[in-house]
Ligand binder design. Structure first.
Ligand SMILES: [Zn+2]
Ligand SMILES: [Zn+2]
Length: 332
């Protein structure tokens, strides 16, 4: 366990009726996640929740309290996507506030996995094995990760499906839902057109940090690129991201993400250009470093697999027939 002293949560008022709630995370390199409280009639719409872990509800309460609010003021909970840091506390919030949860219907990547954690873990190990991860590295990963929770209090399903065209009413105006899969299949952003505000979740962050849920949709990297186009079509003056500070220039962020994805796809393409290689072999080329921990390897491997799929779908690469572990080569 990480013994370092934990940061405390806090609330920043961004506009009258709009608060950013900074909730600490125990993850290396990701010190906190943002939830947002938006005034709505006699309470608030809460966007995202923070991770479920010991003391997390107290951290959320502390941030809400700084905004003059309590969990009981939440009239509606909206989750930008079903990752633990954005959805983990949904169950206790719904129970205390007696409100509805709105979330995108493609939440299996979390809810199905969390329903059967052993199976999800076995499946992940099998993907790693098929990708060429050596047995001793697999065993190390297995002992580090087995039995670790998902960071969600309980599986709760949405009362309403957050799909394109759904609107969320607040005192700051109506927020429109746009589907932005890629980072996660369940990802949406919320846009307030008159004020040019965008609640971007993890789709757009202040600094480029690419992550995709592998194995739930055919081409997460391609979906992510399409979802950057979705944001480019919106009038955005201020990006309220799921981590880090608000950012003004949305176009600069979409461009930086597009460039980063293209560059990383190119690294993978180059890595398989002199003959078939396993996804595991490609990871150091993608990261431009040896993965320093099982977590880095897991992250790098998912990303590599997503780019290989993307190259396959665009006709640039193929999996060599019958190879186990799988091996990839450029298309002839
Ligand atoms: Zn996420
Ligand atoms: Zn996140």
């Amino acid at each position: 366990m990480n013994q370092r002293r934990r940061e405390l949560s806090r609330a920043d008022r961004l506009l009258p009726g709009l608060w950013r709630l900074r909730l600490p995370l125990p993850w290396p390199g990701v010190p906190h996640v943002n939830a947002f409280a938006i005034a709505a009639v006699d309470g608030v719409v809460l966007v995202d929740t923070g991770l479920y872990e010991p003391g997390a509800m107290r951290q959320l309460e502390r941030a809400l309290d700084q905004a003059g609010l309590s969990v009981e003021h939440v009239r509606l909970l909206v989750c930008t996507h079903a990752h633990s840091d954005h959805y983990g506390l949904a169950a206790p919030i719904l129970e205390r506030a007696g409100c509805e949860l709105w979330m995108h219907p493609d939440h299996d990547h979390m809810t199905r996995a969390a329903r059967n954690p052993e199976r999800a873990f076995e499946r992940r190990l099998e993907v790693a094995r098929q990708s060429g991860v050596p047995a001793d590295t697999l065993a190390e990963y297995e002992s580090a990760r087995r039995g670790q929770g998902f960071g969600i209090a309980e599986i709760v399903l949405p009362d309403r499906q957050l799909v394109h065209g759904v609107e969320v009413e607040t005192d700051l105006g109506v927020w429109q839902v746009h589907e932005t899969p890629g980072h996660a299949p369940s990802h949406v952003v919320l846009h307030q057109p008159e004020r040019g505000l965008l609640l971007s979740g993890d789709h757009l962050l202040g600094r480029v940090s690419l992550y995709y849920d592998y194995g739930w949709t055919p081409d997460p990297a391609g979906e992510f690129l399409d979802s950057l186009d979705v944001v480019d079509r919106l009038d955005v003056q201020l990006v309220l991201a799921g981590h880090g500070r608000p950012v003004r220039d949305a176009r600069a962020l979409t461009e930086a993400n597009r460039r980063a994805v293209q560059e990383r796809i190119e690294r993978v393409r180059r890595a398989i250009s002199d003959g078939p290689r396993t996804p595991y072999d490609v990871v150091p080329d993608l990261l431009e470093a040896e993965p320093g921990s099982p977590m880095m390897l897991n992250w790098g491997l998912s990303e590599t697999l997503c780019y290989l799929r993307h190259l396959e779908r665009t006709g640039a690469a193929h999996k060599v027939d019958g190879a186990d572990p799988e091996r990839w080569a450029l298309a002839a």
